[in-house]
Design a protein. Structure first.
Length: 410
């Protein structure tokens, strides 16, 4: 009798923990930006200090993690394409007509700099408050070692529009961009840009690039272009995402977990996608409002921000670090309760070739299988009466991303 009592307590505890885990997992919440201009970029130095930039010279800053955003006067009206915070006080923003502006007081005031070009500048990256680069149209690369007092041209050996730049140290970095026809451009340097070398990439034009170390990186772009390297760009391997949509930005926080911003002809709440398997599979990551997002920045797997049309800023937080997708994004189970057969129906073909386990109330695995079709029928006629859990796994780390209770009654 004591054994049965303890088993019941374990079952109730498991149900409670699973319910708590998934109800407190991940959320996107809208923040008040106090502007209506479209935002193109966002960057944070820590959990408190961040800046977003966009159309008409718009800049907003926060020092409390986005609880309050303060619009700032930049003195420019150019479309600001990107912003980068070197530390909580020092930041740079770039945009049309060779615009570069700098702040040394956390964004309260901005000073224009002389870039020496009228080309559109599309991205900016700094490895310290004084050392950084900007890139833009027609192969433009500019570098500074004195905080932007002087900007010096670097030789790109390309006329491609350079869309994004990323450094993993003070000397090693990459640039991606459009190419001639359908052939994209990726450049690599190991000497702070004194020499840029063209890397071979799969067909596609590329809008953003992100590395997590000297070996692992991703490039993304229009026409669903996604490619990954695990050797610093010596080889880039194309990933067939099946998304068939424009991809504007990418940000990974580990070898497996990352996000992309996807384009859409109209605002919608599925402009964020998440991957838990290194970019092979991308799942919808619904936002609370309909918005086309242009950029995102993540401090870690549990904290990030996205910006987009109409001044919208979204904050992502995950208290337990486990993804909680709605039922419509994962699977349904029918009938439930069941006694002979149960059908598991995936709500997206993107989830085919993932894995589920059926465990009993004490966590013992009763059945494990790979889902190879959008529907799978499981014979449960020999299962004992009781409560079971269908656990859905998405990635190679075997993280549970969905758990649903199944009742067997014969």
């Amino acid at each position: 009798m004591q054994k049965i009592y303890n088993l019941g307590r374990v079952a109730l505890l498991l149900i409670f923990l699973l319910s708590f885990k998934f109800s407190t997992a991940q959320t996107w919440t809208q923040q008040t930006s106090n502007i209506t201009d479209n935002l193109n970029a966002v960057h944070f130095t820590d959990a408190n200090n961040g800046i977003a930039s966009g159309m008409n010279g718009a800049v907003v800053t926060t020092t409390d993690g986005g609880t309050t955003w303060v619009p700032r006067t930049t003195g420019v009206t150019a479309n600001l394409k990107d912003v980068f915070m070197a530390n909580p006080q020092t930041a740079y923003a770039v945009g049309l007509n060779g615009t570069i502006i700098k702040t040394s007081d956390g964004g309260a005031t901005w000073t224009p700099q002389t870039s020496g070009t009228t080309k559109i500048l599309l991205d900016v990256y700094f490895v310290s408050p004084t050392v950084g680069w900007v890139v833009g149209d027609d192969g433009t690369i500019k570098a500074t070692t004195d905080g932007g007092t002087t900007w010096t041209s670097q030789t790109s050996n390309t006329t491609s529009d350079l869309q994004a730049i990323f450094f993993i140290s003070s000397t090693e970095g990459w640039i991606c961009g459009t190419g001639i026809g359908a052939v994209g451009t990726v450049l690599h340097t190991t000497d702070a840009g004194l020499n840029w070398t063209l890397q071979t990439v799969p067909t596609g034009n590329y809008a953003d690039i992100h590395f997590i170390n000297a070996n692992e990186g991703w490039i993304v772009g229009p026409s669903s272009a996604v490619a990954k390297t695990t050797d610093g760009g010596v080889t880039w391997n194309s990933i067939n995402t099946g998304l068939n949509m424009q991809i504007w930005a990418v940000h990974f926080v580990s070898s497996t977990k990352g996000w992309i911003n996807i384009g859409a002809p109209v605002n919608q709440n599925y402009s964020m996608r998440i991957s838990n398997d290194g970019g092979t599979t991308w799942l919808s990551h619904p936002t609370p409002v309909n918005v086309g997002t242009a950029d995102a920045f993540f401090l870690n797997a549990g904290l990030g921000y996205a910006v987009g049309n109409n001044g919208i800023i979204l904050k992502y937080s995950s208290s337990v670090g486990i993804d909680d997708y709605s039922e419509k994004d994962v699977f349904t189970v029918n009938p439930n309760p069941a006694n002979q057969f149960v059908t598991i129906s995936l709500q997206s073909t993107e989830l085919i070739n993932t894995e589920i386990k059926i465990v009993d109330a004490v966590g013992k695995v009763i059945q494990q299988l790979k889902i190879e079709n959008s529907k799978v029928e499981i014979d449960v006629s020999k299962f004992e009466n009781g409560i079971y859990f269908i656990q859905y796994y998405l990635n190679s780390e075997k993280t549970i991303t969905k758990s649903q209770k199944l009742i067997i009654q014969h």
